[in-house]
Design a protein around this ligand. Sequence first.
Ligand code: IPM
Ligand code: MG
Length: 366
Amino acid sequence: MNMSKIRPADTGRTFRVVGLPGDGIGPEVYQSACRVLGVMEQLYGLTVELDEQLIGGAAVDAAGAPLPAETIEACKNADAALLGAVGGPKWDGNPAEMRPELGLLKIRAEFNLFCNLRPIVTHPALHSFSPLRPDRLENVDLMIVRELTGGSYFGKKWRDHDQAEDVCRYTREEVERVTRSAGRIAQQRDGRITLVDKANVLETSRLWRSVVGQVIAEEFPDVALENMYVDAAAMHLLTRPADFDVMLTENLFGDILSDEASMLCGSLGLLPSASLNENRFGLYEPVHGSAPDIAGQGKANPYAMLLSVAMMLRYSLDCADEAAALEKCIHACWNEGILTRDLRVDGCSTSEVTDAVCGQLAALSP
Ligand code: IPM
Ligand code: MG
């Protein structure tokens, strides 16, 4: 971003975003986001000040920690953070506190990013890339609301030679706050929540059922709530995905179901996410990982990252119109078959997709 250019007089349109390129294909898709944001600045009179910081393996190498204090400080002064990806085989043998993934878990915990949104929306131009039958993909538009700062990811952990334990713990308050987020989202959609749990076996799931039931009944009487066991949900996601509206679930179930659901859209490379706290700050990142096998080759699919930029514009920067315009341009590219190699053998490169999206933006220009 050109920080020296003359800013528009309306300072309400100036935003600070921490850029976290990370590892593997992270820097490539991040670069794509920077270019698209640059074009949007010009076209829509926004100023996005990108402050690039370290996270993940890159941070372990350069600063000796997966989430350096400087990165945390930068995020404290920002409206949002935009993350590429973390992880790679280079750091697989590292001790737990020096693993790239810890950078991600720490930033989620540090900023209380308890509400993870993963929209699953199919598009007719991509139906043929899904392993599912096209008739099952019609009208799929579901929002996974994954609790992101509790459960077995953050419970007490230990291991000795013969045993290991990851404690799955949830408090009433943790369940209440994410339920309220899901309730508000459902009210803006079709007004239906499916709570996914394993209440036939797990005590934490029984707490979830009771708390979610109470919050929805008392505070969201216009929202319909259904309960579903996670094993059944995994199946119904494949047999009747169009029936879901909002799927609310705990951390680990949400991790697994969102990767499964990505196949409805055709590729994991198409799925964006937003991780939000109770203020407006959010961390935006593609759901896909660092894909070290294709890193540095210009093959990465940037759409998940660009859709994450759209979510950032909508949820943290209050630029809903710009978000919609970017999504429209991305869909136009899909209609023209501008796809990367995860979808087509003769597919485009990362920068060709980025060029095409920028071109669509310019053509749509207000
Ligand atoms: C995700 C990822 C992370 C998670 C990993 C990288 C720690 O799989 O965001 O879904 O499990 O939450
Ligand atoms: Mg995951």
